[in-house]
Design a protein around this ligand. Structure first.
Ligand SMILES: C[S@@+](CC[C@H](N)C(=O)[O-])C[C@H]1O[C@@H](n2cnc3c(N)ncnc32)[C@H](O)[C@@H]1O
Length: 359
């Protein structure tokens, strides 16, 4: 294990790598919508339709949807109060068309009921998973490794009383629980070592309170200065730890799973769903829903199918096909073009899927 303080000497180097990899920008600019052309192409907005943007962010996708057809009714949901402010502003530009909704996917039944939206009544839904650039780029939100700030990571910010920050989680969870969070939500190979270091840090610091303290501590568990991702691109040693904590703090995978069930519930027959996911844990959940590959009692992070004792008979297979809720609108997963990745490095890991509700 490296000495905790030794990392400080190399901090500039790490930050340069991290900045280059993350395509960080120095000030907080609005989020650049990803695969915008494809979103419009597959959602195919039409005059008078009702569209739900489940992840409004800075409203890039929503705005384009409103511009693509006349008199679209747009339900703009986000759990982040700052994103909600963007939605309120857009609703002033489109007073009779945009309905801003503040809450999580799991709050949708309540929010939609209050706005008179019932089952089978929405024409198109977009779910653009993960964090927005504004969340990553605002140091106070505590999402970014490269920007020192309070170790927070709550998408809801201070909106929900008693919600736990990443700092609270690390101060209270057992070593075993921290290990599981890092292993399952970060797919971190060094989960055990990092969990141990985090527990030991409690005796030294009592509570980790900044993103820099966490990044430095995690980094001290590695011998190499940076890690390589699946495509051999360099990234900060704490990348997976930050991802895991963020997912846990926001209950992201359960939200996506429930969000997809709700998307199916509220879409009309023939309604379209578009999803953008940014890592394999998110994409696996979307794939399971769209391909009708759900296993019983699905949880957020189920075992890969190869580990389940699922034996398909010809009859069983037919039944499964007949029972599918969705028909995919393309054969293979869609990815951004090289040009888009160059213009917007954050789009590089996106996976785009679109499906139509058939049952
Ligand atoms: C990638 S950004 C969306 C960017 C947006 N499409 C745009 O064009 O600006 C994801 C947004 O979804 C929100 N979000 C993530 N999970 C959510 C959930 N379970 N419920 C509601 N909003 C969520 C985040 O707060 C964030 O603002």
């Amino acid at each position: 294990m490296k000495l905790f303080s030794s990392r400080v000497n190399n901090k500039l180097f790490y930050k340069r790598i991290s900045n280059a990899v993350q395509g960080e920008i120095s000030d907080t600019k609005p989020h650049v919508p990803v695969m915008l052309k494809e979103v419009i192409q597959y959602l195919k907005p039409e005059h008078n339709q009702t569209i739900l943007d489940m992840t409004f962010g800075a409203g890039g996708h929503s705005r384009k949807l409103l511009e693509s057809a006349t008199n679209i009714k747009l339900l703009a949901l986000d759990r982040d109060p700052f994103a909600y402010e963007y939605a309120v502003n857009l609703s002033k530009e489109y007073p009779d068309q945009v309905i801003p909704l503040l809450g999580k996917f799991s709050d949708l039944p309540d929010l939609l009921r209050k706005n008179g939206i019932s089952k089978n009544s929405i024409d198109g839904i977009i779910m653009d998973c993960g964090c927005s650039s504004m969340q990553f780029d605002t140091s106070d939100r505590g999402f970014a490794i490269s920007k020192n700030g309070p170790l927070d990571m709550r998408m809801d910010a201070n909106r929900c009383q008693n919600s736990l920050t990443a700092s609270d989680v690390l101060a209270r969870a057992t070593e075993g629980d921290i290990y599981k969070i890092l292993k399952f939500y970060g797919e971190e190979k060094q989960a055990k070592k990092i969990a141990r270091a985090l527990i030991e840090a409690r005796y030294l610091f009592k509570k980790l309170t900044t993103t820099e303290e966490l990044a430095d501590l995690v980094d001290s568990c590695f011998t190499s200065n940076y890690r390589l991702d699946k495509l051999q691109r360099p990234s900060h040693n704490a990348t997976k730890t930050f991802q895991a904590l963020r997912i846990f703090v926001n209950n992201e995978l359960n939200e996506i799973n429930y969000g997809l069930i709700l998307a199916h519930y509220y879409l009309k027959l023939g309604g379209r769903l578009v999803t953008l996911t940014f890592h394999s844990l998110e994409d696996t959940i979307v794939k399971r829903h769209m391909l009708g590959n759900l296993i019983e009692n699905i949880v957020a992070n189920p075992l890969p199918l190869k580990y389940t004792s699922h034996i398909s008979t010809a009859e069983g297979m037919m039944k499964e096909i007949m029972e599918k809720n969705w028909k995919m609108l393309h054969k293979h997963v869609l990815l951004p073009t090289d040009e888009e990745i160059e213009d917007n490095p954050r789009s590089r890991s996106v996976k785009f899927r679109a499906a139509v509700k058939i049952k």
